[in-house]
Design a protein around this ligand. Structure first.
Ligand SMILES: [Zn+2]
Length: 411
């Protein structure tokens, strides 16, 4: 899932409008229209919004004749500015079940529209809820930093309760170390629980980055793999009440050899041996129950910043493709695409627009495979006549004919 901007048709008639986005979210960009104190976006500042703007029931400023539109930040990928007045559109699309599988047809599965700059968690959750039981289990939800930088009760935990495993990116200021549950001799690093036998040299590892050179990526991944051996890994699925058991690195299947856990010492020599002192308590051999309150915004099936995480998170390009279709490749949803005012109108119209985009994408997907698309099936149209085995042979023979004619004419 992700969100994108839908501008209102209304024109902003104010100089220096303030982008009074919800303070429970990512820090605003360093921009003249950002509020002076992001925690108090409605604080007064001289020189802003002349003439003085009206304020809605939500205590946010109204800058256009569209009284339901608000100011918000957006990525300037398809637009001119990083701020706009209108609405945030939250959309969910399908992605392959695992990295390397697929491709899948990109249809918008669910959506929700909120005034721009509204709380991302509260705006995104209704879209997830709208999926209901149409998504088979196991369920995974991939979302960017906007959704795990809000209070956990607004998005991270409710989404878990709906049965989703979440895969997020971490903001640099989310990363860091904290002590694990009391008396367990464990530490939290970037949302993963480790035994305290983890060597200090492995505490701080950079996340893998697409900008890194290949040898750098390999080196960083090796360090992540070394650290992975000391991690607590899920022992069973999350229970209804929110508890989930995790097992330590010296609990079979053993990943480290620890003198305090005799069974683990029978593992082959290739398995790393901890520097634990026999008889002195350590965190290698426990099974620990974690709860929803234990870093739900950061806890993932793998360590953040590893190749496994990158491959899984990268499936998010699916939603980027939906937005590129919406803004640029197929449709051109920019300011003026919808004319009129009011969030109800925009919700209805963007719903029809996404449905139309789905039909276009489904039609392409099925006709490329010489099959009748779902809309055609709904209308009772006949299946297309399949030219089984014709296409590859024809293209080969055509290429062959071209090359032989090229040879004939001496080109
Ligand atoms: Zn140990």
């Amino acid at each position: 899932m992700d969100s994108t901007d839908v501008s209102t048709w209304g024109r902003v008639n104010f100089r220096k409008p303030r982008v009074d986005a919800d303070p429970d979210g990512l820090p605003p960009p360093d921009h003249p229209l950002a509020p002076p104190d992001p925690k108090h976006p409605h604080a007064r500042r001289r020189g802003h919004q002349l003439p003085k703007a009206r304020v809605g029931k939500d205590t946010r400023y109204i800058y256009t004749v569209d009284v339901t539109a608000r100011m918000g930040w957006r990525s300037a990928e398809f637009e001119e500015t990083c701020y706009f007045c209108g609405y945030d559109l939250h959309v969910i699309t399908d992605v392959p079940a695992a990295p390397g599988l697929g491709p899948v047809v990109q249809v918008a599965r669910a959506m929700n529209l909120t005034p721009a700059g509204s709380h991302k968690g509260e705006g995104g959750l209704p879209a997830v809820e709208a999926l209901r039981d149409r998504i088979p289990k196991p369920r995974q939800l991939i979302a960017d930093r906007a959704y795990n930088n809000v209070r956990n009760g607004t998005f991270a935990i409710p989404v878990w309760k709906l049965g989703y495993t979440t895969i997020y990116d971490l903001h640099p200021n989310q990363r860091g170390m904290h002590p694990g549950p009391k008396g367990t001799h464990t530490i939290w690093i970037d949302g993963v629980l480790y035994a305290d036998s983890l060597p200090e040299s492995l505490y701080d590892i950079d996340p893998i980055d697409t900008d890194m050179k290949e040898n750098e990526r390999v080196r960083v991944e090796r360090r992540h793999q070394a650290r992975q051996a000391y991690a607590y890994v899920p022992h069973d699925a999350r229970h209804l009440g929110g508890a989930q058991r995790y097992r330590g690195p010296a609990v079979p299947a053993v990943r480290v050899r620890c003198p305090n856990n005799p069974i683990s010492m029978r593992a082959p020599q290739g398995v790393p041996t901890t520097s634990c002192v026999r008889g002195k308590e350590c965190g290698c051999g426990h099974t620990i129950t974690l709860h929803d309150t234990d870093y739900p915004d950061m806890r993932m099936p793998f360590q953040h910043g590893t190749l496994a995480w990158e491959a899984s998170y990268h499936r998010r390009v699916g939603i980027e493709s939906v937005f590129a279709d919406l803004k640029q490749n197929r449709l051109h949803v920019h300011r003026g695409y919808f004319r009129g005012f009011g969030i109800s109108r925009y919700t209805l119209l963007i719903g029809f627009t996404l449905a139309a985009l789905n039909l276009l994408n489904l039609h392409d997907w099925y006709s490329k495979r010489e099959r009748l698309d779902p809309w055609g099936r709904f209308l009772g149209e006949p299946e297309p006549v399949r030219r089984i085995g014709m296409r590859p042979r024809r293209s080969v023979s055509r290429r062959h004919a071209e090359s032989s004619s090229a040879a004939r004419f001496g080109r």
